[in-house]
Every structure is written in C-alpha cells, then in structure tokens.
Design a protein around this ligand. Structure first.
Ligand code: DGY
Length: 316
C-alpha cells in the first residue's frame, strides 16, 4: 500500500494494523515522479490534497490498484472518472471535518472583521502604540451584521450555526435550496441576492467545473461595497485576479483566505493588503479532526481491500 504523506500517530497506527507493507509516508509531499514510483504496484493509496491523482498517476499505479483514499473531503485533485474507468474506488472523508472547518471559517470571519492579524502584527512590530478611539476599528460582527454563505452543505450549515450564535443575520445560496425559503434562522436566496445583502460572504462549495470562478469580477461587484470575503473551500472557486482588483479598488474592505489557486504558492499581490488574513490551508487542522480524517481514510482502504463497500466513496 502507498501512503503519500505522514499521518497522525493514531491514523499511522491504524495503517500498521492493516498488516500490509507500506511505502511512502514522508512529511513532505511527493513530487510527480515520487508519487508515480510510490503508486507502482500498490493495491491501495492513501493520498491528500497535495497529490494530483490523474490518469497518468493511475496508470503508473497499474492494475493492482483497487482504492484511492484521500484524507480530505474535497476530491478535485483526483480524476474520479479515470479511476472509475480503471475499476478503482475513490473515497474521501466527509462529515468528520465539518466542525473544525466551520470553526476556522468563523475564526477568519472574526479575524478579518475585527482586524486581529493587523493588531498582532502591530504589537509584534515593537512600534509604539496606544489605545485610541479610531485605532483598528472594524465591523461589529454580532451587532447586526449579515453573513452570506455560498454553498449550504454540511460545512456551510455548521458555519451558519456559529453565525447564529453570534446573533448574525444569516443568508445562504445553494442549488438545493429554494430562494425565499427559510430554515433554522437561515434565509435562502439566489447567489446574487446573498452577495448583495451580506456584509461578509463565506464560501463553502466544492471545486467543480460549475463552481470554478463562481466568485468572479461580476460576483464581487455584486457584493456590498466595503464587504468581506472568506474562503475556506478551494482557491479556484474565487477568481484571484478579480479579488485583487476588488481589494485594490477598495470595493472590498477585506478578505480572509485559507486556500489559494496555486497552492502552496500564494499570489504575492494578496500580501499587499493589511486587511487580508491568510492561513495555510489549515481549516481542518484540529487534532481530533485530523485523527478522524486519517482513520476514516484507512477504514475505507481496509473495507475495499476486504471486498466490502467503502464507507465513504466520493459521490459520483
Ligand atoms: C479537505 O478536506 O478537502 C480540506 O481542504 C483539507 O482538509
């Protein structure tokens, strides 16, 4: 079996319990050649968002490969159709990271609106500072602000619960919800309505051909002037050029991003703005969450190799 990256101790113990020879498992992501070499002859592969499992990688693995289990809920890094053509099951880790990801998304909402990173940089800089009525003033999240959620799956819903607990008005846009309806204090609207009526927009859609650049120049122009954008989904859902333009023009006041188009490279233009908070794709990085993700991936492998149905195959 091929393990692309080192997992947490508990997940690594579960891998060892499978009793199969394991190759790989380094801390750093394998490059393309190392990935292909590691996959060669494997019956199972545990991968992460840093590995591109395309048709060439599947061919490099060869006919023994039965399952590719990604330690992530997103699976845009895997060519699912090419895997299906080769009879390879692809699994992901839905459900176990909703809370951690929603916590992080909401932490970013608070951080960007209340200028937490700017304050931290100021204090660390050693520059003299003194309390002032106009110093680092930001948006009052819990005093009438509206959060717009784009994508109302498990993570979007968990973010909505956090926002409601902070007394925010919550709007959401989702293909599966009828605009004008309401549930659990969340009002559903079209994407345009949600963008136009929210102070902060938080993105929670998977990256698919339909959602690539869903938040483009037109969408950003629809947002409230002085609004904020938070993205913990996938970099490609947002057109980064358009986002930079919206920040440069002042149309948007700030953004908080955990994911980037060219990850791990971050477009240097995003570093220009004080009111942009950046985290390195760590939204799911809770201790128990990362254990649960690894354990679920290993369970998927174990079940497929034992001839059982995978507990969490990717939706196809
Ligand atoms: C996922 O699960 O898709 C995240 O992006 C990585 O935790």
């Amino acid at each position: 079996m091929y393990l692309a990256r080192a997992l947490t101790d508990r997940a690594a113990a579960a891998v060892a319990d499978l009793g199969r020879p394991v190759v790989g498992g380094s801390d750093a992501p394998p490059d393309r050649d190392a990935l292909h070499a590691g996959l060669a002859g494997a019956a199972a592969a545990v991968v992460t968002v840093t590995e591109r499992v395309d048709a060439a990688a599947l061919d490099a693995a060869g006919p023994a490969l039965r399952v590719v289990a990604t330690v992530s809920v997103g699976f845009d890094h895997i060519d699912v159709a090419a895997a299906a053509e080769r009879g390879v099951v692809v699994t992901n880790t839905p459900g176990v990271l909703d809370r951690a990801t929603a916590d992080h998304a909401f932490a970013l909402v608070l951080a960007v609106c209340r200028r937490v990173a700017e304050g931290d940089r100021l204090v660390r800089s050693g520059q003299p500072w003194v309390w002032g009525p106009r110093m680092l003033v930001g948006l009052d999240v819990s005093a009438g602000a509206t959060l717009g959620i784009v994508g109302y799956g498990r993570i979007g819903q968990a973010v909505a619960r956090r926002a409601r607990a902070f007394d925010m008005t919550v709007l959401a846009a989702s293909p599966s919800r009828r605009p004008g309806t309401e549930q659990d204090g969340v009002t559903f609207g079209t994407l345009e309505q949600v963008l136009a009526d929210s102070d902060v927009v938080s993105v929670h859609t998977p990256l698919t051909p339909t959602t690539r650049h869903l938040i483009d120049a037109a969408a950003l122009a629809t947002m409230r002037p002085g609004g904020y954008l938070v993205n913990t989904a996938r970099g490609g859902v947002v057109d980064e050029d358009a986002l930079v333009d919206a920040l440069r023009s002042g149309r948007l006041r700030g953004a908080a991003l955990d994911v980037f188009v060219g990850e791990p490279r971050v477009d240097p233009r995003l570093l220009e703005f004080d009111q942009v908070v950046l985290t390195p794709h760590t939204a799911s990085a809770g201790e128990a969450t990362r254990d649960a993700m690894g354990l679920l991936a290993v369970r998927n492998v174990a079940d497929v190799l034992a001839g059982r149905a995978a507990p969490t195959p990717v939706p196809g």
